[in-house]
Design a protein around this ligand. Structure first.
Ligand code: PMT
Length: 206
């Protein structure tokens, strides 16, 4: 099977030296890509700006912004593929961005934002298997369940990004798989590698 996995943050530049982003390091997404390749799947990893080595057997495409990530994903998607959206895609970008550094003296301190495209949602009616992640700080399972239905996913991997040992940056995660019918599969704190194995088990079972 062909797997397309997104990982890491996106950066939405205001000018060449300033951007909006988030704390994703790519660890979770790279673990999923490593596991897919280890199981013999053709694996494409679309990665935002991160400092990680490409796992063996994985073809990596580096991108910066959400719009770059969407274009790279659309270029790789084929019928029957599996898409796993692990990236922390910035939901907004500056309405205007500049190709030269803006002088403090001309900046007003106000930033107008516009919505970025939703990569997972844009694949809603493509004949592929879609798996998402939900990075939440409150009402974790209810929010994950809503996103799972809205984005037409096989399941969504919910993680509480404020819980100890979970979410951004760390090498472990505590996740719950949430299904479209509202059923749940809860896991204890595990390494991101083990989380990736459970995700691949779930996809391979189908
Ligand atoms: O990279 P690490 O440091 O290891 O951290 C891992 C992680 C916390 C980033 C990861 O476990 C995680 O939770 N990833 C999802 C982050 C996120 O953006 O969640 P969300 O709830 O905002 O988005 C829901 C889903 O829609 C995600 O699959 C996301 O990739 C996707 N999305 C979101 C916005 C957007 N514009 N396009 C999307 O495709």
């Amino acid at each position: 099977m062909k797997f397309i996995i997104t990982a890491g943050p996106t950066r939405e530049h205001i000018d060449p030296v300033r951007f909006l982003s988030n704390p994703s390091t790519g660890k979770m997404g790279f673990a999923v890509a490593a596991e897919a390749a280890r199981r013999g799947h053709e694996t494409v990893l679309v990665a935002g700006p991160v400092n990680l080595r490409t796992p063996s057997g994985v073809r990596r495409i580096d991108v910066v912004s959400a719009r770059d990530m969407l274009a790279a994903v659309k270029n790789e998607v084929i019928d029957g593929a599996v898409f796993v959206g692990v990236a922390a895609v910035a939901d907004f970008r500056p309405k205007v961005s500049f190709d030269k550094k803006q002088k403090k003296s001309v900046m007003t301190g106000e930033l107008k934002l516009v919505r970025n495209p939703d990569i997972l949602k844009s694949l809603k009616s493509v004949p592929i298997t879609r798996v998402g992640f939900a990075a939440e700080t409150n009402d974790v399972l209810a929010e994950a369940s809503r996103k799972c239905r809205e984005k037409n996913l096989k399941f969504i991997v919910a993680n509480d990004v404020l819980a100890k040992g979970s979410g951004f940056g760390v090498s472990t995660n505590r996740v719950t798989f949430v299904y479209p019918d509202g059923s749940l599969k809860k896991f204890p704190l595990m390494s991101k590698r083990r989380v990736a194995e459970r995700i691949l088990d779930e996809i391979d079972r189908a």
